[in-house]
Each structure stands twice: as structure tokens, then as C-alpha cells.
Design a protein around this ligand. Structure first.
Ligand code: ADP
Ligand code: MG
Length: 704
């Protein structure tokens, strides 16, 4: 740019500021430099003032920002202050310059220009000072040599400006200029992804006052210059380049489903559908239609998608409305398929495996990796944080990392995750519903053991789930025949569709294909269902009717009285009660109803009852025993274990000159008491693995 042209642009900015931003600049001057160091300019204002200037700003952002900042320095201020280091930061770009993260390519003509991207902050380094002008103090004569620094590496002086010798030098921190710096990794928002695409991301460099304003998990719009950086492999430069952004402004978006455009026509369709007498059946038939059966599970998934109402109490506390649910079952029973279908219909979802694909795993972590300059600490969001305000579908939950387990407790109930490590103290939001799937402890359910004991998750975690479904795969000719028909029809429909698409001479007519496809198509199009759910969650906040409250109260009291006997600890906790409330609210939301009716309460009760029965039937007595769900043990078992422990103590006292109670004697006595030897042996094994007894010598045991 020629000097004259630059001078003209400075003048243009000056008069632009006078017209649109005089108040803003006065405020900036009052708070400069402590509280504010930037003038935020809306792109639209600049465009309205001078379209040509605005467009040049987009195409040559580096130069133009300098011009804009130069104009700010020469601006006449009412107070006697200089805005020497103030920044001009443009925000709210036009649509054409808002680009998809996955669309950023090196060949992109956006390179070098100002663009905006939307996404979720996946990683953020801690904020660290970066040197922008280094003061080198000569150790021989004490003269300072000032060298401006940039991103291409630390520059040292060739010689001292005073004595002209080659040092040695020492960097004087007080005389040097530093600026805050931070790096972010922004990933595509979960709702922008369809059908399980791998999310793409872009890194953003930030400087000065925009640092430290976002936390991983925040949804943001970042405006910045799109640049390229040469990839290095070790010390070597390669021929490959990576795009990245020099961030100009970052705005946190707290809108729930930003990408969801629900038109008036959509709304009419949604409201019409909400009056459908077969609404709930249609909803069920819209979840993973390729998977046969599981109507209760599918209904629950629907309720989970709609979710209960998050309540804010007058004392400032909050009760979660999100429902957590767990599918535990034999392998090959369609769990993974059910889970992954969530991505088709949830307005916002994250699907992952318990093992996790990143260091952050399911929750969040402070990690030290190659992200950022040098070995910098980085805070990274895991699945529950990325799924904030949506659903986290986690397959193979039983395989999750031990570091995730403890963080999960907080995540599921308080819906936030705290990380405190290496000077990073952060609380990340995790207001999501968890849909988990897991295999039983030994890979497959053992029908002779209580199901509660075969769940390989600790009771404290288990009790955070509102619903736990167990799926056992046992042969049943009638059921198997229907399942076979269903799978064959689904596959046949798939074959026909594929053949029609791939083979030009296919003998099947579109009519035939359509007929077969209709049988396995979802009752409500995924696209409409997704909008329906988003609309309901945004606009529907139902309250309980007295009748609904009464139904739930009755069921709960009855349930407690069944589980409670003289010495039983409290079996079903109040958590179940809240689960019932959430399920009923979700059921009302499905109809877009403002009130929770008794029919909603009944629907919730039915689901909870069937879940409890699946899991809580004591296999030894055949009786319902809710202890199993809450403590992982049936009452008979607790009695038996207690009995055996008492027995060991008694026998150990009798044989007090021996190292402990002889195992043979224990088994004999147990047999006399009516417990067969095999079961007694199993109990001993269990007590041993739990560390409740130990073996002082082969053949003897003692209680700890
Ligand atoms: P899991 O995760 O429970 O081990 P998957 O979801 O991987 O099982 O399912 C294994 C295969 O069996 C899938 O191809 C699935 O389509 C099929 N399958 C299992 N159960 C059903 C069912 N009820 N209806 C239709 N397909 C089923
Ligand atoms: Mg699976």
C-alpha cells in the first residue's frame, strides 16, 4: 500500500470512528489499559459506512488492522491518554466469510483473508506471557539492545549497540515487553455433524486481552486471519502446510441449537404431529427401525432425547432434568446399533467408546502434549463436556478409564467436571444426558447369578442412572423367528435399494423398492424428529398435575415398603423419585403439553417398574429385591455373606491355637446350616477378592 493510500485509509477510519464509535472509544480510553485494550468493531457498521473499505479489510486483514489501529492512535480523545497499544478487533462477519471448519483447505481462496468459524472449544492451553520485544543487556558494558520478536523463533542480537562486542547478553525481563498468549483448538459443533462424521478442527492463536476468556466445551464464533504453517517433522521442514488462524475476536455463543433452523412450516408440521393419537408409537417406531423389539428401551431413549425440565430452585440450587440411562447386555444384542442411531435424531450428540479416543477420555483432562508452544499444559474437553446440552452416547462404558470413573460421578449428578492439576483449575460444563452401553462382568450374563452383581460398575455410579435396562440373549423360538424375519426384511430392503442405485439394469421397479423400504423406514423422518425435539426443549416446560404427583407418590411409597424389612438398609433411594419426575416431564414434552398428566406418570412408572424387575429379581428366591439395584447385592446374598463371616469368626475363636478358621470346617458347618459347599466356596472366594478375609496359611482363613 502506498503511503498516500494508507493516509487516506487512516482518514477514512478516523471519520468512521467519529460517526459510529465515539462513545465506544471514549469508554475504551477511560478503562485503558487495565480493563480494556480493544475496540470491537462490527463488520456491518464498517460496511454501511464504506463498503469498499470493509471489503478490503476482509481481504487484507493484517494491513488493514494496522491502519485501523493507527487511526485509533491519532483519534482525538476527550481525556489525555494515549491508546498506544490498543487493538481493533472486527467481529460478526458476513455469511460468505463464515466458513465450515472442514471446508478449510490450503487451496482455499480464503487463505490470508479474514474469516469466521463456529465450533466448540476442544482444547485450550493455559495463558502464558510471550515476549514481543526482548531487551538484551550487555554483560560487558550494560547497554540494552532491543530486538522485536515474532513467531519465527527467538532472535538474538549480533552485537551490542553500545560496545559493539558479541555479548555475552542477558535478557532483562523488566525492560522487555510481554504479551499474553494462548492457543485454542476449535472443533466442529456436534450438531453440525451428520451420521457419525469425524469432527475436524482448527487451531487458533490468541494474543493479549482475548486470552483466557473461554473454557473447553464453550461454543464459540472465532474471527481471525486464516494462515498457513509449514509442517515440520523433527528438525526437517516438509512440503506440507497446515492451516491455522490468528484469532482477532472470540464470541461465546450460548444459544442451544444454533444450527437448527426451524421454519414456520416446520412448526406447523410439528404441532400437527403432536396431536397424533399414535404419537408415542410413532416415536418408538422412529428409533433405530432396523433393530427389532426393544420398545421400552426405545421409548426411554425418546424420553431421554426430550428430557425432563431442569429446575432452578429459589435457593439458587438446581435439579437436573437430563436423564441418564444404561443398557447392559449380552454381546450381539443390538446395543451398539441402538446407541449409534442417537446421532441421527439427537439435535446435539457425541458418540464415543468408553475407552475414549483422546487423552481427555469421557470427562476432561489437563494434559501436556505437543499442542501449544513447547510443553505447555492444555485443558482438553472429553465426551461429556463436548455433549453439553445434548446426549453423550458412550458404548463399552465398562471399559472406561479409571481416571474417568471418579470424574463421572460429579459429571452425572452435578453436571460439571472440575479439573485441578498443574496450576489449571477449571470447571467445565457437562449438562448432558448419558446413554451408556456395557457388557456384563464376565462378557455374558450368568443366569444363576443376580444381575446386579454382574454389572461391572461401582454402585455409586450405577445409582446415578435413572434407568438401567438389561438385555439377555436366550433362545426363544417364537421371538427368534420374528427377529429373523425383521433382520431379513431390513437386509432385503437394503439390497434392493443398493441394487437400484448401483445397477442400471436392475429388474426391480422403484415401486417395489418403495414398498419394501416402507416396512423398515422410520415412522417420523429423522430430520423432522430432530427439529421436533429441539422445538420441544426450547419451548415446552411442563408442570405436574396433582393427580400425576399422587400416582408417583403412591408407586414410590409402595416400592419402598416392598424393599424394606426390619434390617434392610434403605433400598430404592429418593433418586428414583426424581427419575420418575423427569420421565413424566419428558413424556409430557413429547406431546408438547404444558402439564404432566396422570398418563405421563403411568408411562414413567411402567418403564421404571419393568427396569427394576429386570434387574432386581433375586434369582434365589424369585422375589423382587430392589437392593440389588442400589447396592449390587441381593438380600439373600447379603444375608449369606454376613452368615459366612460370622461363621468364620466363631470357628476362628474355637480353633484359637491354629492360624485361623480351617476352610474344611467352614464348609462342613455351612452345609449343616443348609448352604451347599459350592455356594459357600464361591462366597469365600468373593470375600477374599474383596479383602474382607485373608489366608494366613494355606487352608485357613481369617476375617480382616
Ligand atoms: P452389541 O453392541 O449388543 O454387541 P450390535 O449392536 O453390534 O450388538 O449388534 C450386532 C448385530 O446384530 C448388528 O448387526 C445388529 O443389526 C444385529 N442385531 C442384534 N439384535 C438385533 C435386533 N433385535 N434387531 C435387529 N438386528 C439385531
Ligand atoms: Mg457393541
Amino acid at each position: 500500500m502506498s503511503q498516500a493510500a494508507e493516509g487516506q485509509d487512516v482518514d477514512a477510519f478516523l471519520s468512521f470512528y467519529r460517526t459510529y464509535y465515539s462513545d465506544e472509544i471514549a469508554r475504551l480510553a477511560q478503562n485503558y489499559p487495565k480493563e480494556r485494550r480493544s475496540l470491537y468493531v462490527e463488520y456491518d457498521d464498517l460496511y454501511t459506512y464504506d463498503a469498499d473499505l470493509a471489503e478490503r479489510y476482509l481481504n487484507r486483514p493484517g494491513e488493514m488492522q494496522e491502519v485501523a489501529e493507527e487511526a485509533l492512535r491519532t483519534y482525538d480523545l476527550p481525556v489525555d491518554i494515549s491508546l498506544g497499544q490498543a487493538h481493533v478487533r472486527l467481529r460478526t462477519l458476513p455469511r460468505e466469510n463464515t466458513i465450515d471448519i472442514r471446508a478449510v483447505r490450503v487451496s482455499d481462496d480464503h487463505i490470508g483473508s479474514l474469516v469466521a468459524v463456529q465450533g466448540i472449544v476442544r482444547k485450550a492451553t493455559d495463558v502464558r506471557p510471550k515476549i514481543v520485544e526482548a531487551a538484551f543487556e550487555c554483560q560487558r558494558c550494560g547497554t540494552m539492545t532491543y530486538i522485536p520478536q515474532n513467531d519465527s523463533g527467538f532472535q538474538e542480537p549480533h552485537e551490542c549497540q553500545g560496545c559493539e562486542r558479541q555479548g555475552p547478553f542477558r535478557v532483562n525481563n523488566n525492560e522487555s515487553k510481554f504479551i499474553d498468549s494462548q492457543q485454542l483448538r476449535v472443533q466442529e459443533s456436534p450438531e453440525g455433524l451428520r451420521g457419525g462424521e469425524t469432527p475436524q478442527s482448527i487451531d487458533v492463536n490468541l494474543e493479549d486481552d482475548v486470552c483466557g476468556q473461554v473454557t473447553p466445551g464453550d461454543h464459540v464464533t472465532v474471527v481471525g486471519r486464516l494462515e498457513m504453517e509449514q509442517v515440520t517433522s523433527g528438525q526437517e521442514k516438509t512440503t506440507v502446510f497446515d492451516p491455522y488462524m490468528e484469532g482477532v475476536s472470540v464470541v461465546i455463543e450460548d444459544e442451544e441449537f444454533e444450527d437448527m433452523d426451524i421454519t414456520e412450516a416446520d412448526k406447523r408440521e410439528i404441532i400437527e404431529l403432536s396431536d397424533d393419537p399414535d404419537l408415542y408409537e410413532k416415536m418408538i417406531a422412529s428409533v433405530a427401525p432396523a433393530i427389532y423389539g426393544y420398545d421400552q428401551e426405545k421409548l426411554s431413549m425418546i424420553l431421554q432425547l426430550f428430557s425432563g425440565v431442569t429446575k432452578h430452585l429459589p435457593d439458587g440450587s438446581r435439579i437436573r432434568g437430563d436423564l441418564h440411562m444404561l443398557l447392559i447386555g449380552d454381546p450381539g444384542t443390538g446395543k451398539s446399533q441402538l446407541l449409534s442411531y442417537i446421532q441421527q435424531i439427537a439435535p446435539r450428540s457425541v458418540y464415543t467408546s468408553g475407552k475414549g479416543s483422546s487423552a481427555a477420555g469421557l470427562t476432561a483432562a489437563a494434559v501436556r502434549d505437543d499442542f501449544g508452544d513447547g510443553q505447555q499444559w492444555t485443558l482438553e474437553a472429553g465426551a461429556l463436556v463436548l455433549a453439553d446440552k445434548g446426549i453423550a452416547a458412550v458404548d463399552e462404558l465398562d471399559k472406561m478409564d479409571s481416571s474417568d470413573r471418579s470424574a463421572m460421578h460429579e459429571g452425572l449428578e452435578q453436571q460439571k467436571i472440575s479439573v485441578s492439576k498443574a496450576g489449571i483449575n477449571a470447571t467445565l460444563k457437562a449438562r448432558c444426558s448419558l446413554l451408556g452401553a456395557a457388557n456384563p462382568k464376565y462378557g455374558r450374563f450368568d443366569q444363576y447369578e443376580p444381575i446386579g452383581e454382574q454389572i461391572d460398575l461401582e454402585p455409586a455410579l450405577i445409582s446415578r442412572f435413572d434407568l438401567i435396562f438389561t438385555v439377555t440373549d436366550s433362545p426363544d423360538p417364537e421371538h427368534d423367528a420374528r427377529l429373523a424375519d425383521h433382520i431379513l426384511t431390513t437386509n432385503y430392503a437394503g439390497e434392493l435399494n443398493t441394487q437400484r442405485e448401483e445397477v442400471a439394469t436392475s429388474e426391480f421397479s422403484q415401486q417395489e423398492v418403495d414398498n419394501v423400504t416402507r416396512e423398515v423406514a422410520p415412522a417420523i423422518e429423522p430430520d423432522l424428529l430432530r427439529k421436533y425435539i429441539a422445538h420441544a426443549k426450547r419451548s415446552c416446560f411442563p408442570t405436574m398435575t396433582d393427580e400425576a404427583k399422587e400416582s408417583i407418590r403412591e408407586f414410590y411409597v409402595d416400592l419402598r415398603s416392598k424393599g424394606a424389612d426390619e434390617d434392610a438398609p434403605v433400598p430404592v433411594t429418593a433418586r428414583k423419585l426424581e427419575a420418575l419426575v423427569r420421565l413424566s416431564e419428558a413424556s409430557a414434552r413429547v406431546r408438547l403439553s404444558d402439564t404432566v398428566e396422570p398418563s405421563d406418570a403411568d408411562r414413567a412408572i411402567e418403564i421404571v417398574r419393568s427396569c427394576l424387575q429386570d434387574i432386581g429379581v433375586d434369582p434365589e428366591t424369585g422375589e423382587f429385591d430392589a437392593d440389588v439395584v442400589e447396592t449390587g447385592q441381593s438380600k439373600t446374598q447379603r444375608d449369606r455373606i454376613k452368615g459366612i463371616k460370622d461363621l468364620i469368626q466363631t470357628i476362628a475363636q474355637e480353633y484359637d491355637d491354629e492360624p485361623g478358621a480351617p476352610v474344611d470346617t467352614i464348609l462342613e458347618r455351612a452345609d449343616e446350616a443348609g448352604m451347599d459347599a459350592e455356594k459357600a466356596e464361591k462366597q469365600l472366594e468373593k470375600l477374599r477378592t474383596r479383602g474382607e478375609i485373608y489366608e494366613p496359611q494355606q487352608g485357613y482363613v481369617r476375617t480382616t
